[in-house]
Design a protein around this ligand. Structure first.
Ligand SMILES: NC(=O)c1ccc[n+]([C@@H]2O[C@H](COP(=O)([O-])OP(=O)(O)OC[C@H]3O[C@@H](n4cnc5c(N)ncnc54)[C@H](OP(=O)(O)O)[C@@H]3O)[C@@H](O)[C@H]2O)c1
Length: 374
């Protein structure tokens, strides 16, 4: 009995040590991204050249500031029909007016519209998906860009009861992706692009404690942010594998780099000072939008995603800020945790765990925060 207990203790210690090494490696990834991102992305033009996107529809969440704003604007200027999915609709309308007057698109009006969504409310997400799916129009790419980074802020919860970063960055985003599958299938070949972060490599997700409330781990803003981004990578990897090739939907995560945007607002003063004093190391929002735009439009991306799918052990397709494929963090390859994160996510967003299979087959799915979907 004593021997068994000692063995268990030894195992826990070993796991802690491995976790510690991964955490140090994660920080090294973040620091090296900051120091070398400019050099690594030297081969890219700014803005990134885009093909003509006429007759293609893109939804961009969180497009009122930062990376999302640049993404929406550049897509629209290349002829795309863009839906700005935002919580501040007035700000989005003002931006459109401004872009219409400044646009170089030969006097043609930009094809942009605004739809309201608040990722802090799962009901708002289902309402958005209801409205969009009811159009019975194709959707060619969903760019899940909206996100929050509440580092240096006390732990807070959405009205749905989830830690806010986990809700905005992963849960609500996953719900939106699943509920919009019928429209994405109509738009096939289509794509789901998740704006992730190199910070996912600091993450650790306990599927039984996604909001970090049980006290097994101390909550900090970094824990909340990195776990939400890691959960998104894990979920995306499984989503890509669950979608049959005939659906023609590619699922990709991207890292935009370390970018000077409003995300800095909530960071502790030391990080804000770093952004202010060492501007060389930080990308502009336009530079930060390149990986999303690349993943959403480059013709070789779907083939790359399909090639990864063939390997059962592979994690999700991931592109760095330099628009090159890269491997997500080691923990993202943990198939058992990923499966549990997948299942828990469905439970937390009020969907049956077979929702994807049913939507793909054209069957009806019921969401407890909304209505019937097919
Ligand atoms: N900046 C970086 O260094 C960096 C690095 C890695 C990853 N990222 C990721 O890049 C993405 C874009 O961030 P950013 O840097 O461009 O920051 P940002 O300027 O703060 O933009 C975030 C956008 O998300 C929207 N948003 C926030 N909460 C929302 C909610 N509850 N419902 C709907 N929309 C919401 C914001 O809307 P409001 O204007 O209404 O607040 C804003 O439009 C995020 O996913 C972020 O995690 C950023």
């Amino acid at each position: 009995m004593k021997e068994e207990e000692e063995e268990e203790e030894e195992e826990v210690k070993m796991k802690d040590n491995i976790g510690c090494i991964d955490w140090v490696k994660g920080w090294m990834n973040v620091i090296s991204e900051m120091l070398f991102q400019r050099i690594a992305s030297k081969h890219l033009h700014n803005p990134i050249p885009l093909p003509s996107l006429h007759n293609l529809t893109f939804i961009v969440t969180g497009s009122t500031s930062g990376i999302g704003l640049q993404t929406a604007r550049q897509l629209a200027e290349s002829g795309a029909h863009v839906i700005m999915a935002v919580r501040n609709t007035n700000a989005a309308h003002e931006l459109i007016q401004k872009w219409q007057t400044e646009s170089p698109s030969q006097g043609l009006p930009l094809n942009i519209e605004v739809m309201e969504i608040d990722l802090l409310s799962l009901e708002s997400v289902t309402r958005f998906a209801d409205l969009y799916n009811a159009r019975s129009e194709p959707l060619h790419a969903l760019i899940n860009n909206a996100g929050i980074c509440s580092v240096g802020v006390p732990q807070t919860f959405s009205k749905d009861g989830h830690e806010v970063q986990m809700q905005v960055n992963h849960l609500a985003t996953a719900l939106l992706s699943v509920l919009l599958l019928p429209s994405l299938i109509r738009g096939s070949p289509s794509r789901i692009i998740n704006v992730n972060s190199v910070v996912h490599s600091l993450g650790f997700v306990d599927p039984e404690d996604m909001s970090v409330v049980k006290g097994n781990r101390k909550y900090t803003g970094v824990v909340g942010y990195s776990s939400s981004k890691l959960a998104q990578v894990m979920f995306s990897g499984i989503l890509q594998k669950r979608l049959p090739a005939e659906c023609g939907i590619s699922v990709v995560c991207v890292s935009p780099g370390i970018v000077k945007t409003n995300v800095v607002r909530d960071l502790p003063k030391i990080f804000q000072a770093a952004f202010a004093w060492t501007p060389y190391f930080f990308l502009s929002p336009e530079e930060g939008s390149r990986s999303s735009l690349f993943a959403a439009t480059d013709p070789q991306v779907p083939e790359y995603c399909e090639s990864l799918k063939a390997d059962k052990r592979s994690a999700c397709a991931f592109f760095s800020q330099d628009c090159r494929p890269s491997n997500p963090a080691k923990e993202a390859w943990n198939t058992e945790t990923s499966r549990r994160v997948w299942e828990k996510t469905f439970e937390m967003v009020g969907l049956p765990v077979d929702a994807v299979d049913n939507l793909v087959r054209g069957k009806e799915v019921k969401c407890s925060f909304g209505d019937q979907y097919r």
